[in-house]
Ligand binder design. Sequence first.
Ligand SMILES: [Zn+2]
Length: 218
Amino acid sequence: MLILLAAALLAAPPAHAASTCHGTPARGRLDAGCVLPPVGPNFTAYSPLGVFLLRTWSHCAVRDTVTAAYAELVRQHPRRIWVYGEAGLPAGGGFWPHRTHQNGLSVDFMTPLRDADGPRPLPMGLAGGFGYGVELDRRGRLGDAHIDAAAIGDHLLALAAAAEARGLRVAKVIFDPALRRQVERARPAVKGLPFTRKRVWVRHDDHYHVDFALPCAP
Ligand SMILES: [Zn+2]
């Protein structure tokens, strides 16, 4: 009996194998996705409404990657509460107003700010579109706060490491080019990440978009 049980446990696929992504972020869907935890020790979702509307679902391996990266960042940034944005719907598919986020492999992360006193979150209220309506200036400033380039760099590197540990990789990062250069100066290692060089249809200043990659079904 014990041997059977042990064999069953050994044969059990890793938890994330429960999800199956189909197609691409721009045209796809998701089977058996996972919801991102609405709050964690050092992170929170962008909006309770977004969570309620089931807009924070992803492939389970992506969920595991996101939470593992946050766990790693507790040591580097003990005072920071990170905020993630939209991910996808439980079954993927069209995700207005995004053009991607369709197959469980895309997650938005709200840009961390800092002021003279230390970490500061992006204003996340309804009036500011839960963060998505915030406009930073060309140099990444918002009032007396500015982007925390080192924190963004550390987060992206933690995501890349957590992805690799789970057999995924970071396939694309979208972030405002001028702000990306600040991140590259703060954390040169991010130059190895696949930042998109193409113009994108919305300025990505209040958040950075990450596509993960793993083998998907057609
Ligand atoms: Zn996005």
